[in-house]
Design a protein around this ligand. Sequence first.
Ligand code: SAH
Length: 270
Amino acid sequence: MKFEIVTILPDFFRGPLDYGIVRRAREAGLIEIAVHDLRDFTSDRHKTVDDRPFGGGEGMVLKPEPIFACVESMGMASQEQRRAHESLETVVLLSPQGRMFSQSVAQELAGLKRMVLLCGRYEGVDERVAEHLADQEISIGDYVLSGGEMAAAVMVDAITRLVPGALGNAASARQESFTATALNDGSLNCEAPDSTCASGGLLDYPHYTRPAEFRGAAVPEVLIGGNHEQIRKWRRKKALEKTLRNRPDLLEKQPLSSEDKRFLAQIRKL
Ligand code: SAH
C-alpha cells in the first residue's frame, strides 16, 4: 500500500509515522508513505495555497489549483475509473463533512494499492476538490480539527495495522475492539473455543500483566489459574460488560450467542 499525503505542513509527519508498527511496516516495504508539499505545486512567487472565500465570511480556503496539480502529477487512474472501482486507488479528502472512519472502513481501504490523503487547513478546501478530484470525503469523528494532518496520520496508522504482515501476531488484529471475525458460513465467531478470541465486534476485554498485585489491586484470579475455557468465558463476559457500559450501540449490531445473552442477563442484574 502506498500512502500519498498532500499537505501544506510536510514536517508535521516527521514523528507520528516513524514509530512502532507503522515504522516497521515501512522498513519491511509493506507500506510506503510519500509526503507532498502543496507549495511545490503553486506557480506564483509567494507559493500561495489559500485565498479568501467567495461570498465573504471568516478565514481562508485552500485553493484548488495546487491540489489538482499535485494529484495530477501522480499518474493515477481517472476519477471516473477510481469511482467505478476499476483501479485499486482512491483519493480521500479529509473533512468533518465526510463519511465516518471506522475499523470497517479501514478494512475496506486496506485492500487498495494506493491512497491519496488530502489534508485541509483553515476554513477548509475549495469544494471543487471534493466534487471533481476526490473520490470520497472521510471524517475521523464528530469534532473539528485545525487540519487534516492528524486525521491522515490516524488513518495511515489504523490501515497499516490491517495490511497483511504488518502485525507481528496476525491473531492480535482479529481480537481487538470492533473487529468481528466472520466464520466461513458468514456467521460471527462469538463462541470459538479460543481463549484469546474474545472481542467479536465488541470492545476488547481487559488486559493485565505483572505484577500480579499492584498497590493492593490483584489481577483477577481466573487469569492466573490457566483454565483456558474459564479464561475465555471471563474475557467474553468482561468484553460484554464494558461494551454495555461504554458503547451499548455496538451490542445492538452484534449477533449474540446464547452464552452472551446469559452473560448479559447476569451483568444487568448486578
Ligand atoms: N469549516 C470546516 C472545518 C475546517 S477544519 C467545517 O466546519 O466543516 C480544517 C481542515 O481540517 C478540514 O478541511 C479537514 O481537512 C480537517 N479536519 C477537521 N476536522 C476533521 C475531522 N473530524 N476529520 C477529518 N478531517 C478533519
